[in-house]
Design a protein around this ligand. Structure first.
Ligand code: ADP
Length: 254
């Protein structure tokens, strides 16, 4: 099985204060995120909700260092990320963050195994190819944790949507990240496959993984333990989930 996350530190994983992002296109300013303040602890499963254009993606891109904020502060695992340069952030992103996207973003001509291996090849150009025993074990463990060990040699293009998303989850897990960001992970799936993906995310959460998921669907958001609501670029609501949904039970009812 995949390693359990190290949640022994008492420092919050994420602390952001008045975080914001304005895009400038010619003379036009777009305040994509006006202000977001929150603290997220290790092991939380947080949904970010809001209507289209409310700033969800921008917020997630800031939290995962894909964009630089234009205002506010952001500490990740106790470190002020504004002090890091681009290459340090890229390394942090590779080693401490796992991503799952709506469109899966697999390399379709590669095998399932090779797709899951990709994040482990980050140092390939500087350190050469190192396919150690430990490296192989990580891929095996990640595939096992999403129930796809039997598909390791399949080309990604021949998988169903639900299987593709499970490969993407395995790829996100392979570096044993501190946090997993999921951007509308069920958006391209039918309801059965979507529940399968939610079940895996809930199992990972049970094991202590920290998950932040963007969704515009309330029923999907209800699988998390906490919902952050954005409106017009402002973090407006932040509440624990009452009557949480459990994908495993929902599937049994189908
Ligand atoms: P959501 O994910 O909730 O749909 P976004 O964060 O994608 O919202 O976008 C918020 C607002 O910022 C939208 O008005 C969008 O058009 C704008 N925006 C997002 N990214 C950019 C960008 N790179 N350049 C200019 N405007 C952007």
């Amino acid at each position: 099985m995949t390693e359990k996350p190290d949640n022994t530190s008492t420092k919050p994983l994420i602390v952001c204060k008045d975080l914001g992002k304005t895009f400038y296109t010619g003379d036009i300013e777009t305040h994509a995120l006006r202000s977001a303040s929150c603290t997220i602890d290790r092991g939380e499963f947080v949904s970010i909700m809001g209507p289209s254009g409310s700033g969800k993606s921008t917020f997630m891109h800031l939290l995962s260092f894909l964009e630089e904020p234009t205002k506010g502060s952001y500490h990740f695992d106790g470190r002020d990320i504004s002090t890091f340069d681009g290459s340090t952030l890229a390394k942090l992103r590779n080693q401490e963050i796992g991503f799952i996207f709506q469109a899966f973003n697999l390399l379709s001509r590669l095998s399932v195994w090779d797709n899951v291996e990709l994040p482990l090849l980050y140092d390939f150009y500087t350190k050469g190819l190192n396919r150690s025993k430990e490296h192989k074990q990580r891929i095996k463990d990640a595939l096992e944790s999403v129930g796809l060990s039997h598909r390791a040699d399949y080309k990604a293009q021949y998988l169903s949507g639900g299987e593709k998303q499970r490969v993407a989850i395995a790829r996100a897990l392979v570096n044993n990240p501190k946090i997993i960001f999921a951007d509308e992970p069920t958006g391209n799936l039918d309801s059965k496959a979507g529940l399968g993906v939610m079940q895996i995310l809930q199992e990972l959460s049970e094991k202590g993984h920290t998950i932040i998921m963007v969704t515009h669907e309330h029923s999907t958001a209800m699988h998390a333990t906490r919902i952050i609501g954005l409106k017009d670029g402002i973090l407006e609501t932040d509440e624990p989930v009452e009557n949480r949904l459990f994908a495993k039970d929902e599937q049994e009812l189908k």
